[in-house]
Design a protein around this ligand. Structure first.
Ligand code: SF4
Length: 474
């Protein structure tokens, strides 16, 4: 498949990644890449729209996808509403319904969204070149993505001074779903109504084999968007995992794997063993979303670490769900559970990755989540410093580089910091030093929950080197 550029004089089909135009993502949109692949198969000209104010005269149709509900839609769309240009739009994606609170509405919109492209009259006027039962229209499972769709975007960013490697997700990976669906019904997840995991695409339907002039694979890696691969029946996941391993290409499940399955499935040991023998790309990613799963997670961790004692293992840590401005108890519980999960992970030598639900914004000290994520999600900090040390280092760095104060230690304990505070070192007067935002958020949290002060300080001082305990899995 070659890169395609449409000269400006020609009309074409516009493909719009609304999240990209609103700077909301670093992942290519797979649906758009598949629509592009389908148009490419049918020799229809298309391009990715890179300007939120683009002139719609150039486009006969615009396929617009939005994944995140917080993404602002581009100006060319909002201006087209109520005009004849509105009819050009074919829109879809989870960003149009993911936060719908009525289950009935949610179910209806999700089903419509899932099958929208199947019923699209424009796409159904072209032939499906990818086999299967469908003669006309796009078969989403079988359609090979068009992997050059984001080339112009990447080139634009490189010209703007960014490194190509920053955009490797757009040009180094074959991307697809081997399975779809889940069985867990997590209330915050778009898969909350799914009841099973089914096979979806065959690997060969999205595995890219393009080679450069030296014969090297242009896209040497594979990333998979499967929702819950390990919860599929063994007759599904085992041959698929074998097939992935047989490609000898490094692969990665981007949404994480469900670690609980290692403890819950009779095949848990086999899963851990096969994954240990695979060429996994980057850290293994699991999810530890609920504190109530801790026993299961620990049992699974013992199996996992037995087979993978040295492999980098990361856990997504979901938080911030259903917070409101004054839901103080909920906030405290959420932060407490987040740190307890981190403590378990540290004791098993694993790293966390904080994933905030957009509700976190609503709480009055929402910035605490931002700071916890800044610490936890950067392994060089998480592995070497406690949260408190990270926060204090932010302050001392700022004092050194913005205020030119060079005669103070980079790190202090909370007690030492408090001594400075009581001595009037910090404050708003000219002869005092202001606190940086991370420190302000910590102090606001401590002031808000005086009854939990000791507990908060204990959690803020969790440190991997003090907590890691190989006896837990050896
Ligand atoms: S386990 Fe993961 S994919 Fe399944 S419902 Fe929960 S968050 Fe969603």
């Amino acid at each position: 498949m070659k890169a395609l550029r449409v000269p400006p004089v020609y009309k074409c089909i516009g493909l719009c990644d609304a999240d990209l135009l609103d700077n909301g993502t670093r992942h290519p949109n797979l649906v758009l890449m598949k629509i592009a692949g389908f148009l490419f198969d049918n020799n229809v000209l298309f391009e990715l729209i890179l300007d939120p104010k683009a002139n719609l005269d150039r486009y006969e149709h615009v396929f617009m996808s939005r994944v995140f509900t917080f993404t602002n839609l581009p100006e060319f769309y909002t201006k087209a509403i109520g005009t004849p240009d509105e009819a050009k739009f074919h829109i879809g994606g989870t960003g149009f319904y993911a936060n719908d609170t009525s289950i009935r509405q949610y179910r209806k919109k999700r089903e419509e969204d899932f099958f929208r492209l199947d019923h699209d009259a424009y796409l159904n006027s072209f032939v499906n070149h990818r086999g299967g039962h469908k003669e006309k229209g796009i078969d989403m499972a079988r359609q090979m993505p068009y992997y050059h769709l984001y080339d112009a975007y990447v080139e634009k960013r490189i010209k703007a001074g960014f490194k190509r490697d920053k955009y490797k997700d757009y040009h180094k990976y074959s991307i697809g779903f081997l399975t779809r669906g889940c069985v867990r019904h997590c209330p915050f997840c778009i898969n909350k109504l799914e009841n099973q995991v089914c096979q979806y695409s065959k690997l060969e339907w999205f595995l890219d084999n393009e080679r450069d002039e030296k014969g090297k694979l242009v896209r040497p890696y594979i990333y998979l968007w499967d929702d819950n691969f390990l919860a599929a029946d063994r007759t599904i996941w085992e041959p698929l995992l074998q097939e992935l391993i047989a490609t000898k290409r490094p692969f990665q499940f981007r949404q994480g794997l469900d670690e609980r399955m290692l403890a819950q499935s009779p095949d848990g040991e086999l899963m851990a063993q096969m994954l240990s023998q695979s060429k996994y790309h980057g850290d293994f990613i699991f999810a530890f979303d609920n504190w109530k799963d801790r026993e299961l997670i620990e049992r699974a961790l013992k199996i996992w670490k037995h087979y993978n004692p040295k492999k980098g293992t990361k856990f997504y840590l979901f938080c911030g769900f259903k917070l409101t401005e004054h839901s103080h108890n909920k906030f405290y519980k959420d932060v407490w559970e987040l740190f307890q999960r981190i403590k378990v992970l540290m004791s098993y030598g694993c790293v966390g990755y904080v994933m905030r639900h957009e509700d976190y914004h609503k709480y009055e000290i929402s910035n605490l989540y931002v700071q916890i994520a800044r610490w936890c999600n950067q392994q060089q900090f998480y592995k070497k410093m406690s949260f408190w040390e990270f926060v204090y280092r932010n302050q001392s760095y700022w004092e050194e580089h913005s205020k030119g104060i060079t005669d103070r230690p980079h790190l202090k304990t909370f007690e030492e910091f408090e001594e400075d505070l009581n001595n009037g070192y910090y404050g708003e007067r000219k002869d005092q030093v202001k606190m940086c935002l991370p420190l302000q958020s910590v102090m606001r949290t401590l002031d808000k929950f005086p009854e939990h002060r000791e507990e908060l300080l204990e959690m803020f001082n969790y440190k991997m080197e003090n907590l890691v305990n190989p006896k837990l899995w050896e």
